[in-house]
Design a protein around this ligand. Structure first.
Ligand code: IMP
Ligand code: MG
Length: 177
């Protein structure tokens, strides 16, 4: 049990489980991108640890960029997605892999997808650590997902509650009392 600000959380995915899932996900991605040179776009802040861990298993050439969007305040999505840092200038005819910490309602991801798709990439795929399928409100295709989780707030392994809790190596789910 950990406490972050006013909320208590219990462990739900251990760092060992995360490591194993990342290895098998990276194996699939290595197979799919062999001989290609995609641009990886890691979405800040939440994906910084996941991006650092999974890209170290990649054995194809790739470039890494970081982009920043924001839609969350506290534990609630505002539905209002703001672009806070730019995407790479030229992605024409390039393969793109977006790395995200979590696809929740999918609103953030669909804003990112429409910005990218207007720039003429060859392909765009999503690689997310977590996904809350029950909460999905838009129709997006997530090709690579490490864990599908219930519709409960989580912290750790890069994910935060009001800026805190990103440093925990494991993933914790909010307690419902
Ligand atoms: P969406 O637009 O509703 O899909 O929200 C996506 C963003 O909200 C993610 O990139 C996270 O930064 C944040 N988010 C969603 N669910 C959680 C959670 O359970 N814990 C921490 N952040 C979350
Ligand atoms: Mg995020």
């Amino acid at each position: 049990m950990i406490k972050v600000k006013d909320l208590e959380f219990e462990i739900s995915i251990t760092s060992e489980d995360i490591e194993h899932r990342i290895e098998s996900l990276a194996e699939r991605i290595n197979f799919d991108y062999e001989g290609k040179c995609p641009i990886i776009i890691a979405i800040l802040n939440g994906s910084f640890i996941f991006a650092a861990d999974i890209t170290r298993h990649f054995n194809f050439d790739h470039e890494i960029h970081f982009a920043k969007y924001s839609s969350y305040q506290g534990t609630q999505s505002t539905g209002n997605v703001k672009s806070l840092l730019g995407m790479p200038a030229d992605i024409t005819d390039r393969d793109i892999i977006i790395i995200e910490d979590i696809v929740d309602s999918g609103v953030t991801m669909s804003a990112i997808l429409s910005e990218l798709e207007s720039k003429g990439p060859r392909s765009v795929e999503i690689c997310t650590l977590l996904m809350k399928p029950e909460n999905l409100k838009v129709d997006i295709n997530v090709k690579y997902c490490a864990f599908e989780i219930p519709n409960l707030f989580v912290v750790g392994y890069g994910l935060d509650y009001d800026g805190l809790g990103r440093n925990y190596p494991d993933i914790y789910t909010v307690c419902d009392n």
